[in-house]
Design a protein around this ligand. Sequence first.
Ligand code: PA5
Ligand code: NI
Length: 178
Amino acid sequence: MDWSKGVLTGDSVQSFSKTLGQVRSIFQDQAAASRLPAELELYRVQLFAPVAEGTEGGLFWGSTTIHPGKVGDEYYMTKGHFHRLRNRGEYYATVHGEGALLLMDEQGATRYETMLPGSMHYIPGNTAHRVANTGSVPLVFAACWPSDAGHDYETIEREGFSARMLERNGKPVLVPRG
Ligand code: PA5
Ligand code: NI
């Protein structure tokens, strides 16, 4: 890993790209979302998976880069998920840029932590997590999570987070669902 850029290299590193077309429904302003091209890349994930997905006791390492930008007044963000094995935790650590890590418990209470270069974030088990790029440069963060955690995207697709990170008067504000 290049620690100045957060980029992973190596034969076994996998890369994924998330486009607006793949995640369009997560944004509040669907009219604004429909004006942007489906192939617009919002973020990229690199993954180092030394054991098979689902292996108990192993760890995965990832690096995510979220481009700067907004859909309406909502910052580009990750899809967000609970872990399929709900009690599995995770670490995020910011390499570059500025962001907000949204954390929602199973009762639907959402809070956030500010991400800045060097900031460490412990995501407890039973907590959905999503990252928004609130700055004007790419936001890059590393992640480490148990190889048996899995990703439950369906719950968030169905229910969303109870708050959104929106720009208000040029600043990021956590706005609870009305
Ligand atoms: O495992 C994680 O939590 C991260 O590596 C995320 O998968 C990554 O940041 C992309 O977010 P999402 O999986 O919610 O699209
Ligand atoms: Ni996760």
